[in-house]
Design a protein around this ligand. Structure first.
Ligand code: FAD
Ligand code: SF4
Length: 550
């Protein structure tokens, strides 16, 4: 299956029959391609709708329209939907990034000679209808949305607008060009490691013929080092808000949401995003691998790239980052363990996550394999907890919208699994807090990878750990009121009694998992009295968690 965008566009069709949509879509694409190269003075006026997370330097809908009808016949529309903002409480830093990047993108297109209609509208539908009324295009082109609902909405556009609508394949993901496991049923396990190897082979990344460069597919053993206390940490570059960004900040400050607009310093153009990537290559990639899993109170970003906000809205593209990192290795500017680690995140995890999102479909959102039903404790919305690790991570998420991967997985999700928090509530919290949060990436990461609520379709084991792991990989425990060594008792770390209680409760099921059997064996060190003590303390602790009111 060569074309992921087209295929996915036909996979999820809640409002109409799959076959008819597939048929219409393909017919549209064929009609359009037959007109390419036949630009005439009477080319039909054509609109191109560019979604806010599709700010690509080479936008397929725009390039196709220009090739088919000529630049003069093309009008570009971007819609900022108020309903989309009001749908869930959203990180204000993310809204500033999105709206400022959209406006800068519009300005760049204008500078290239395009007529751009930037609309503030109550809904996408209202914005597009107003555009059609104002500009009277004869057809509309757009690139397939990355998420289920966006794509379903695009399929309704022809009827809503009374125009022929062409949906071009989405080019933001490499699985759109090569699907390593086409037509695999949702329930069939596909191990990420093998998926990643197929992607490496196909795109010839860090390869020596058919074998991995350096003889190993991964360097995880070198990549799990705790952070030395005296190692200086580089800061990420900051971008001073310009006039456009400042006016967006003023607007967003009055919108419902989380966090503050103050201190916004993210890149909002492709040029700035590329500079942020260059800064990562020069100052952080070298140590990225070694300290990938380390966590510290000293700083949020360590040696991470902090590129997900830009990748997810199209300012950067995956292959250009992968190729530049590979060049850094060949030029001797970064070691293989770091470069492979970074490539694995993008070519392996990011692509796999998107692939899982579309493979599993909307049913993923409702999955709850561990039958977890506890509401989110109030401290998720304030950071006010005596657990130092959670306090640091939650505050960073609420205030800045960024924590790195291990903090998301091994602090927040670890706690959520052990405490039996409702998966949809955890997912909504992540979606609200993070600057890089979009449904296609959040749902499989939270419901699948983080909470194992999909029964192991995304990750082969639940990522659970006691305080021992957090203590080893961070400096959080040193400043915590709890004792990371104690399993139970007044000062015992909640991660400990919750962890052992979880193993006791699910012993049989966990024992059957080959990747976790070893952990369960640890239970033999707990006698009956200790089992009773951890279970009792876990129950008391869980009963004390307060859900937000109102
Ligand atoms: P780096 O550590 O520098 O990694 C480089 C790039 O790899 C990232 O920018 C990202 O694009 C990609 N990447 C790495 N892991 C993943 C992954 N599991 N899924 C997708 N891309 C990945 N990522 C998001 O982009 N948006 C989210 O909303 C999001 N939610 C997450 C929720 C949970 C519970 C977990 C466990 C992970 C989530 N991730 C999400 C994945 C990952 O944590 C972030 O992409 C990463 O932390 C972003 O920081 P960075 O750019 O510094 O990443
Ligand atoms: Fe977190 Fe426990 Fe360590 Fe405190 S002692 S920081 S709660 S792991």
């Amino acid at each position: 299956m060569a074309d992921f965008g087209l295929r996915f566009a036909t996979d999820f069709s809640p409002s109409a029959g799959k076959q008819s949509q597939a048929f219409n879509l393909r017919v549209d694409a064929v009609c359009l391609s037959s007109t390419i190269g036949l630009v005439t003075a009477t080319s039909p006026l054509t609109s191109v709708w560019i979604l806010g997370d599709q700010l690509l330097a080479r936008q397929p809908a725009l390039e196709t329209a220009v090739a088919a009808y000529g630049r003069d016949a093309v009008r570009v529309v971007l819609v900022q939907s108020a309903a989309r903002v009001g749908k869930t409480a959203c990180q204000r830093q993310k809204l500033v990034l999105l709206f400022s990047a959209m406006r800068h993108y519009a300005r760049t297109l204008e500078a290239q000679g395009f007529v751009v209609d930037y609309r503030l509208a109550p809904t996408f539908s209202a914005g597009l209808q107003a555009h059609v009324t104002a500009y009277q295009p004869e057809c509309l082109l757009t690139m397939a949305a990355a998420n289920w609902h966006g794509r379903a909405f695009q399929h309704t556009l022809a009827d809503r607008l009374g125009l022929p609508v062409t949906i071009l394949p989405n080019t933001q993901f490499l699985v759109g060009r090569f699907d390593p496991y086409p037509d695999t049923p949702p329930a069939q396990p596909v191990v990420q490691e093998y998926f990643y190897r197929e992607m490496r082979r196909h795109f010839a990344v860090l390869m020596d013929g058919r074998q991995p460069l350096g003889g190993q597919w991964n360097y995880d053993k070198q990549n799990r080092q705790p952070l030395p206390a005296d190692l200086p940490l580089p800061d990420i570059p900051v971008y001073e808000p310009d006039e456009i960004t400042r006016s967006v900040m003023a607007e967003v400050a009055n919108m419902p949401g989380l966090g503050a607009v103050d201190g916004f310093a993210l890149a909002v153009t492709r040029a700035e995003a590329l500079a942020a990537f260059d800064d990562f290559l020069a100052h952080r990639l070298g140590a990225f691998g070694a300290y990938e899993d380390a966590m510290t109170t000293r700083q949020a970003t360590l040696f991470h790239s902090v590129l997900s906000p830009y990748l997810n809205i199209g300012l950067l593209e995956p292959l250009e980052l992968i190729e530049a990192a590979e060049r850094a290795y060949h030029d001797g500017r970064a070691p293989l363990n770091s470069v492979e680690g970074f490539v694995r995140q993008i070519l392996g995890w990011r692509e796999y996550i998107y692939w899982q999102y579309w493979r599993q479909g909307p049913a993923l959102l409702a999955m709850n394999a561990w039958v977890a039903d506890r509401p989110l404790p109030a401290f998720f919305w304030s950071g006010e907890t005596e657990m130092a690790c959670l306090r640091h991570v939650i505050r960073r998420a609420l205030d800045q919208g960024y924590t790195h991967h291990i903090e998301r997985l091994m602090v927040v999700c670890n706690f959520a699994v052990l405490a039996g928090l409702l998966p949809t509530a955890v997912n909504d919290w992540f979606l609200s807090c993070y600057v890089d949060a979009y449904e296609w990436v959040m749902v499989p990461n939270v419901i699948g990878m983080g909470l194992n609520a999909d029964g192991g379709r995304t990750a082969t084991k639940p990522y659970i750990a006691s305080a021992n792991y957090i203590h080893k990989m961070s400096d959080y425990c040193a400043g915590c009121r709890y004792n990371h060594k104690q399993r139970h008792g007044p000062d015992a770390c909640p991660f400990n009694f919750l962890y052992w209680d979880f193993l006791i409760e699910h012993e049989e099921r966990l024992r059957a998992n080959p990747r976790l059997g070893r952990n369960v064996l640890g239970l033999r060190h707990l006698d009956e009295a200790e089992r009773t003590a951890v279970t009792r303390q876990a129950q008391q602790f869980l009963a004390s968690l307060v859900a937000p009111t109102g």
